[in-house]
Design a protein around this ligand. Structure first.
Ligand SMILES: [Cu+2]
Length: 167
C-alpha cells in the first residue's frame, strides 16, 4: 500500500516536472496562426541550416525534409531536455521500432499500448524516415536557449545539433 501511494506521488510529480519543462520552451503552435515557415534539411548527421533565429512570440511552421539515408529526429528543446530524451530513443531502437532507415509504425502502435513511452508522441519533436518530410508548429513564447537536435543514439554526439536563437 505504501508503495502504491509512493508510486502515485512519483507519477504526479514527474508529470508536473515534465509539463513545467515543456512550458519553459514555448508551446504547440496554432496551425491557423503561423507567422513564418522555416525549411530544414536533415542529412547524416547534420541539419541545414544548423542555426536559426526566431522572434519571441513567433509561431513557426517547420517543414523538415530528410535527405539522408537514415531516420532522423527534429526536436526543439533545451540541451538538458535532449539529454533526458536520449534514453527514450535508445529504447525505441532496442525494441526494433526505430530501425536505421525505417520506423516500424505497426510495432510502435502495438507496443505503445503497454508502454506509452514507446509512442514518441511529443508536440516539440518529429521523427522522419529517409526521403520523407515532417512538420512541427511551435510558438516560441519564452526567452530561453534552445537547440534543435536529433536524439537517435549517436546522432547528437556526432553533430546533429544546432542553435535556435530567440531574439
Ligand atoms: Cu539523426
Amino acid at each position: 500500500m505504501k508503495f502504491f501511494f509512493l508510486s502515485i506521488f512519483i507519477f504526479i510529480t514527474s508529470f508536473k516536472a515534465f509539463s513545467a519543462s515543456m512550458n519553459m520552451i514555448g508551446e504547440k503552435g496554432d496551425p491557423n496562426n503561423i507567422d513564418r515557415i522555416i525549411n530544414i534539411k536533415m542529412y547524416d548527421n547534420y541539419y541545414e541550416p544548423n542555426s536559426i533565429k526566431v522572434k519571441k512570440g513567433e509561431t513557426i511552421k517547420f517543414i523538415v525534409q530528410n535527405l539522408g539515408e537514415m531516420v532522423h529526429e527534429y526536436n526543439i528543446a533545451t540541451k538538458q531536455m535532449h539529454i533526458k530524451h536520449q534514453p527514450e530513443m535508445q529504447k525505441l531502437v532496442e525494441h526494433q521500432i526505430l530501425l536505421v532507415d525505417k520506423i516500424d509504425m505497426d510495432k510502435m502502435k502495438e507496443m505503445s499500448k503497454k508502454d506509452h513511452s514507446l509512442s514518441h508522441s511529443h508536440s516539440n519533436s518529429v521523427i522522419v524516415e529517409p526521403k520523407k518530410t515532417g512538420e512541427i508548429i511551435w510558438k516560441f513564447s519564452k526567452d530561453i536557449n534552445l537547440e534543435m537536435a536529433c536524439n537517435i543514439p549517436g546522432h547528437y554526439q556526432t553533430g546533429m545539433v544546432g542553435k535556435i536563437i530567440i531574439e
